[in-house]
Design a protein around this ligand. Structure first.
Ligand SMILES: Nc1ncnc2c1ncn2[C@@H]1O[C@H](COP(=O)(O)OP(=O)(O)OP(=O)(O)O)[C@@H](O)[C@H]1O
Length: 351
C-alpha cells in the first residue's frame, strides 16, 4: 500500500466552482512528488487539504494507513515550507527553527541537538545566532526548510518555495532541496508552476489542469511520452501541424496512421533543418521559408513558414554556420518518430 493516498478528492468553492474535481494520487515513502500546473489548477488547494488548512468537499486522504481527514491540522506531523519565508524577524535563526518544537514539549537538550542537526543539513550551522533580517532570501528559505524538518515530520509540503528568489539562486537551492530531501528521506510534495524546476527536482510529477490530473509519471515519462496535448504543451513546447494536404502527404510518407487524430504535433528538437531540396533527408520534408531566427546560446530556434503551418525547429549548439536569415529557403525534415497524435479530447493516440 502507498504511504499517502488521496482518493477521488473534490473541493467546491461557492455554488458551482470545483477547484478539485476527482483527484487521486498515491505517494510512496521517501518520494519527491511534484504537483505541476498553471495558476489556478488546484495545486495549492490539494496541498492545503493534505495539511489540513482546508477540508475536502469529498474524497479520502490516508497517511500510513490512517484517515488523515479525521486528524486536526496541528496533530498531523506535517512540515510546511511556503513561498514567503514566514520567518520571525525578531528571533535568531536557532529560535526560528526551535519554534515548532516548543509546543511539543521536547526537552531543552534535545531541542539543541535537533535544531543544530537541522541547521547543519541546510548549511546554516554557522549562522545560528544571526537574525533573519540580515540574511538573503535563499538563507531565509533554508531557515524555513530547517524549521519544517526539525519536527521530524511524516510528510514535507512545499508550496512554490523558490518563487521569490532570482533565477540563479533558484537553481542552486532546488538542487540543495533535492539533496537534503534524499538525505532525510521524508516523503515530500512540492508545488510549482515551473516545468523545468519540476523536471529537475522530482522523482515523479503530477501534471494538473483545471482541478484534474492530466498525467502522473517520472520526469522522463512526462516530457518524453506526454499522454495528453495539455501535458505536451505545458511541459516543453510543441509545433501543431495545420491540417490539410501537406500534413496528409507528410503522414503518408512516414506511413503514420491514426484515424481518430484531431491534432498532429512535434517537438522543436525532434525536427531537423536542411537546405532547399532536402537532399539526403531521413523522413518527410516540408519546403519553407525562414521567418525568424532566435539565438539563445546553447540552442537556437528557427521559425519556418511551411505548407503545414509555422514550425519551430530547435538547433543544439548553434555555431555561426547555423545562423539563418529571414526569407531564406529551407527544408524542415520530420523524422518518423517525431509526430505525436492527439484525439479531439486531447488524449494521446498511438500513431
Ligand atoms: N477560498 C477560496 N474561495 C474561492 N475560490 C478559491 C479559494 N481558494 C482557491 N480558490 C480558487 O480555486 C482555484 C484553485 O486555486 P489554487 O490556489 O489551488 O490554484 P494553484 O494551482 O495553486 O494556483 P497558483 O499557482 O496561482 O497558486 C482557483 O481558481 C482559485 O481562485
Amino acid at each position: 500500500m502507498s504511504y499517502l493516498t488521496v482518493a477521488d478528492a473534490t473541493k467546491q468553492f461557492g455554488p458551482t466552482f470545483m477547484a478539485l474535481n476527482g483527484v487521486s494520487v498515491s505517494i510512496e515513502r521517501g518520494e519527491f512528488f511534484t504537483l505541476l500546473g498553471p495558476s489556478g489548477c488546484g495545486k495549492t488547494t490539494l496541498l492545503r487539504a493534505i495539511a489540513g488548512f482546508n477540508d475536502l468537499t469529498s474524497g479520502s486522504i490516508t497517511l500510513d494507513g490512517a484517515n488523515l481527514r479525521a486528524v486536526p491540522p496541528h496533530q498531523r506531523d506535517i512540515g510546511m515550507v511556503f513561498q514567503d519565508y514566514a520567518v520571525f524577524p525578531h528571533l535568531s535563526v536557532f529560535d526560528n527553527v526551535a519554534f515548532g518544537l516548543k509546543p511539543r514539549k521536547v526537552p531543552a537538550a534535545e531541542i539543541k541537538t535537533r535544531v543544530t542537526q537541522a541547521l547543519e543539513a541546510v548549511r546554516l550551522g554557522a549562522m545560528a545566532e544571526r537574525l533573519p533580517a540580515a540574511m538573503s532570501g535563499g538563507q531565509q528559505q533554508r531557515i524555513g526548510l530547517a524549521r519544517a524538518m526539525v519536527i521530524n515530520p511524516r510528510l514535507l509540503l512545499m508550496d512554490e518555495p523558490l518563487s521569490n528568489l532570482d533565477a540563479k539562486l533558484r537553481i542552486e537551492l532546488r538542487e540543495e532541496i533535492r539533496d537534503i530531501q534524499k538525505q532525510v528521506d521524508i516523503a515530500t510534495i512540492y508545488v510549482t508552476h515551473d516545468q523545468e524546476e519540476a523536471l529537475a527536482i522530482s522523482d515523479r510529477i503530477c501534471v494538473m489542469n483545471a482541478g484534474r490530473i492530466e498525467q502522473v509519471g517520472t520526469p522522463q515519462e512526462i516530457y518524453g511520452n506526454p499522454q495528453t496535448r495539455f501535458v505536451a504543451e505545458f511541459v516543453g513546447t510543441i509545433n501543431v501541424f495545420t491540417p490539410g494536404p501537406a500534413l496528409d502527404a507528410m503522414l503518408a510518407t512516414l506511413d503514420l496512421k491514426a484515424p481518430a487524430a484531431a491534432t498532429w504535433a512535434a517537438r522543436p528538437e525532434h525536427l531537423l533543418l536542411t537546405g532547399p531540396g532536402g537532399d539526403g533527408a531521413q523522413g518527410a520534408t516540408l519546403a519553407g521559408t525562414v521567418t525568424k531566427y532566435t539565438y539563445l546560446g546553447r540552442e537556437a530556434h528557427v521559425q519556418v513558414d511551411t505548407p503545414a503551418g509555422l514550425l519551430v525547429v530547435q538547433i543544439a549548439n548553434p555555431g555561426m554556420a547555423a545562423t539563418r536569415e529571414a526569407g531564406e529557403a529551407v527544408t524542415v525534415v520530420i523524422p518518423r518518430n517525431a509526430p505525436m497524435a492527439f484525439g479531439a479530447d486531447g488524449a494521446r493516440i498511438a500513431g
